[in-house]
Design a protein around this ligand. Structure first.
Ligand SMILES: CC(=O)N[C@H]1[C@@H](OP(=O)(O)O)O[C@H](CO)[C@@H](O)[C@@H]1O
Ligand SMILES: [Mg+2]
Length: 545
């Protein structure tokens, strides 16, 4: 590295000293912490993003400032690779090292070594697009990221404004493919493919209103823009953040999925209505309805990521069946995590689909879904998408020419092509996922209740346990067994044995300072009780903080 380059990093890093006693890790989905602690981290991730761009021939890299479903006082930063996917995991240890470097000198030395090791030609200059969610702290963090990016001399930082996480990933992917890549292109793409799918519905019925909980975040605001151009769905958006509501507080997909209660702003007036929730950066989507028999109107019937996955799988399978023998050759597969409800796994297996499991975090699921012609992945919390391989897509496009227009096979192929355009190929996207759910429900002529009947969830319960050191929990690669602390797994197994259809596991969260407990059993009371005994074990083995 040249002297001028070293001087540039030394000078800018003086502006962003690392706070005392902070140990950060890139975790499941980037760095997250209280926003007041993050300037130095975001500045350093700016540097990393420039280097990543340079390593990949100055392709555009994305840097997103968000803490997703975390509380409003938190913030975070994550990187989109030029493909639109998550930052290559190979670079995560470097991210951890520089985020924790205690002085400008140490920072420069780590960068210098890395640049040499990875043979990064630092002369050309990289390009980084910077997005942020609606958190107020995002503005100053974005400035820190810009300074970080530009401290790698010749690199360009482009502020693309307030966006959902998936919008930024989509734009980065499109840019590097040489396609139109602005936010309006993103909307245009959703609108065109949605309208195409609506136009291919065999028997069109009147559709009912959807009520959307925007989590007081960026997703609701973007949805407002989108629906202005869509006449085929009726959406009422609540929790837009304009009416005094706080981001993620008693609202949003994470809250609804974990607590299984209605978000603020919803209640008895909505009984039976089709409702949906986004998370804070709109990469998660869950549906729900309030069943009429519920007492007080706060309990919800949840349609989580697993149910969305099942609906998508069913629709795609239907189209492949229409195409016939050639369609049936398509390798359609599903990727889930240990948090997937056991009943959903049974359901997709019964459909004849291949199911594989990945570790928590979409970066792990995405990788595995890419191995199929059509790979559908979802986390139970509602983060997921459908990936179409290039090869299968070009086969489909070829078939569109072979079959006569208006024939069943032509329509089925056209639907699949439209799904590949509508659904975000870069990362799970609540906006595009919602449009796909809506159009499939219209296609099937189904209500949300009818969709919910695909299978009955096994009762489950998730709890978080605060412990002094969550890294004391070490799991197997599938995350279903704890290797450490020694003896805890035997104790957990002992609890599981007491319950019919019992299943439980623990893992340290990668986004919050907690150990997560998941439990499933044949009744809700049993699942609750299994979760609470396992949580008790966690406390006795690790101590509570
Ligand atoms: C049980 C759960 O929902 N875990 C979430 C959560 O990760 P943790 O590592 O469990 O904190 O946030 C991740 C990022 O949004 C998401 O990918 C993941 O599924
Ligand atoms: Mg999110």
């Amino acid at each position: 590295m040249e002297e001028t380059q070293i001087a540039s990093i030394l000078k800018t890093s003086e502006l962003y000293p690392i706070p005392q006693s902070i140990k950060l890790s890139y975790g499941t989905a980037g760095f997250r912490a209280d926003a007041s602690l993050l300037e130095s981290t975001v500045y350093r991730v700016g540097i990393l993003s420039s280097l990543r761009s340079l390593k990949l021939n100055s392709s555009t890299v994305g840097l997103m400032i968000t803490a997703s479903h975390n509380k409003v006082s938190d913030n975070g930063v994550k990187v989109s690779d030029p493909s639109g996917g998550m930052l290559s995991q190979e670079w995560e240890p470097f991210a951890d090292q520089i985020a924790n470097a205690s002085s400008p000198k140490e920072l420069v030395s780590l960068i210098k070594d890395f640049v040499e090791k990875k043979e990064i030609a630092i002369e050309k200059g990289g390009e980084v697009w910077l997005g942020r969610d609606t958190r107020l702290s995002g503005e100053s963090l974005l400035r820190a990221a810009e300074i970080g990016v530009r401290s790698v001399l010749g690199s360009v930082a482009v502020d693309v404004g307030v966006l959902t996480t998936p919008q930024l990933h989509w734009m980065v992917r499109a840019k590097n493919k040489g396609l139109n890549a602005t936010e309006s292109d993103y909307f245009e793409n959703l609108i065109t493919s949605f309208k195409c799918l609506i136009g291919l519905i065999p028997v069109k019925l009147e559709s009912s209103k959807l009520v959307l909980d925007g989590a007081n975040g960026v997703g609701g605001l973007k949805m407002e823009v989108l629906i202005r151009s869509l006449s085929d769905i009726d959406v009422e958006i609540r929790n837009t953040g304009r009416d005094g509501g706080v981001l993620n507080e008693g609202v949003g997909a994470d809250f609804v999925q974990k607590e299984k209660v209605v978000p603020l702003g919803f209640g008895l007036k909505d009984v039976g209505m089709r409702c949906a929730s986004f998370d804070g950066d709109a990469d998660r989507l869950v549906y729900f309805y309030i069943p009429s028999e519920s007492c007080g109107g706060d309990k919800v019937e949840l349609l989580d990521g697993d149910k969305i996955l099942s609906l998508f799988a069913l629709f795609i399978k239907e189209q492949l069946n229409i195409i016939g023998d050639e369609g049936k050759k398509c390798r359609l597969g599903v990727v889930q995590t240990a948090y997937a409800n056991g009943a959903s796994t049974d359901y997709v297996k019964e459909m004849g689909l291949e199911v594989v499991f990945a570790k928590t975090g979409v970066k792990h699921l995405h990788e595995k879904a890419e191995e199929f012609d059509v790979g559908i992945y979802f986390e139970a919390n509602g983060h997921g998408t459908i990936l179409f391989s290039e090869c299968f897509l070009s086969w489909l496009v070829g078939k569109q020419k072979d079959y006569s227009e208006g024939s069943d096979k032509h329509n089925a192929v056209s639907r699949l092509v439209a799904v590949s355009n509508l659904i975000n190929q870069a990362v799970g996207d609540a906006l595009s996922g919602l449009l796909l759910v809506e159009v499939i429900l219209q296609h099937m002529g189904w209500s949300v209740q009818k969709w919910n009947e695909l299978y009955k969830d096994l009762p489950s319960k998730q709890v978080k346990v605060e412990v002094p050191d969550r890294t004391a929990v070490v799991t197997t690669s599938e995350e279903t067994e704890a290797l450490k602390p020694l003896g805890i797994q035997d104790a957990i197994n002992g609890e599981i044995k007491k319950y019919q259809r019992g299943r439980a596991f623990i893992r340290p969260s990668g986004t919050e300072d907690v150990v997560r407990v998941y439990a499933e059993a044949s009744t809700q009371e049993a699942a609750d009780s299994l979760a609470s005994s396992v949580a008790q074990l966690v406390k006795s083995f690790l101590g509570s903080s």
